[in-house]
Design a binder for this molecule. Structure first.
Ligand SMILES: [Zn+2]
Length: 272
């Protein structure tokens, strides 16, 4: 066959690959096998093609799993952009967050969570989003949500336990913005159930809050105190201080505007 001639070379009755030079056939041991003398074998090119195909499917599977888990994790798609790659890594808190991800197995084993507190600004959500995205890429299941969503979701459900158990089943649960939810007895009951169930699961929990740490530690209202005590038991407090991302962007814009105005002023003076 013409086609074969471009691919193979026949030597001693066996086909050889013209590219790598390895035989594409081999003889069965003496006597043959069920009447056959030869069998086909993979040459180096075949093995390479097979490995590449395997790698391709493995990567595809990984990408699909990560993208599925990411969709489940976040309630807003813009949060997918909150990554260490996009962040200002000169920030000390960002580095602590990255260390948390790098020590994930240890954190998980020791049930260590984080309490990111920041009275004003949105840095705490951003930091926890970065942790979520980095772990999602390692095929860790993460859910990032907040109590307003949880309370709205749970309200019409006949079986609230199932929902609470589902939240406890993610490898990492992030509750964003504790303290902004409604203050009713019902709402606080849900908050306690979720936190308590999560902590009893032994899986790490990250909480972000606009409440100052001192307030969490000194809460006197019983319904709140039992929630905060549970959180402080498991979550290492980190103050997300300094300027918030929003303030940073605003100040960058201000600087830019200032420079532009200074330039304009200089040009005006030069014109005079
Ligand atoms: Zn070959």
């Amino acid at each position: 066959m013409r086609e074969e001639n471009t691919m193979y070379l026949v030597k001693d009755g066996l086909k050889y690959c013209k590219v790598c030079g390895e035989p594409k056939e081999a003889y069965f041991p003496a006597g043959g096998f069920m009447g056959m003398k030869k069998h086909s074998r993979q040459c180096a090119c075949d093995r390479k093609a097979y490995e590449e195909e395997q790698r391709y499917f493995k990567e595809k599977e990984h990408r699909e799993l990560v993208s599925r888990n990411t969709r489940i994790c976040f309630e807003e798609s813009r949060m997918e952009e909150w990554t260490f790659e996009n962040a200002d890594m000169s920030d000390a808190v960002m580095n602590k967050a990255k260390n948390y991800v790098e020590s994930w197995n240890k954190m998980k084993r020791n049930h260590i969570g984080l309490l990111l507190w920041e009275p004003v600004g949105t840095g705490k959500s951003y930091v926890s989003g970065c942790i979520a995205n980095a772990l999602l890429k390692q095929e860790v299941t993460v859910k990032m949500t907040n109590f307003n969503t949880i309370i709205d979701d749970i309200f019409p459900l006949a079986d609230k336990t199932e929902y609470i158990n589902a939240l406890a089943s993610y490898e990492l649960l992030i509750i964003d913005d504790l303290g902004v939810e409604r203050n009713s007895e019902y709402a606080l009951g849900i908050v306690f159930s979720v936190i308590d169930r999560r902590i009893r699961s032994g899986r790490p929990l990250i909480v972000t809050t606009n409440l100052p740490l001192k307030e969490l530690k000194n809460e006197t209202m019983l319904e709140k105190k039992r929630i905060y005590d549970r959180i402080l038991e498991m979550c290492t407090p980190i103050y997300v201080g300094g300027t918030s991302k929003r303030e940073k962007i605003a100040s960058m814009k201000m600087d830019k505007a200032k420079k532009m105005l200074e330039g304009a002023e200089r040009r005006m003076n030069e014109d005079e």
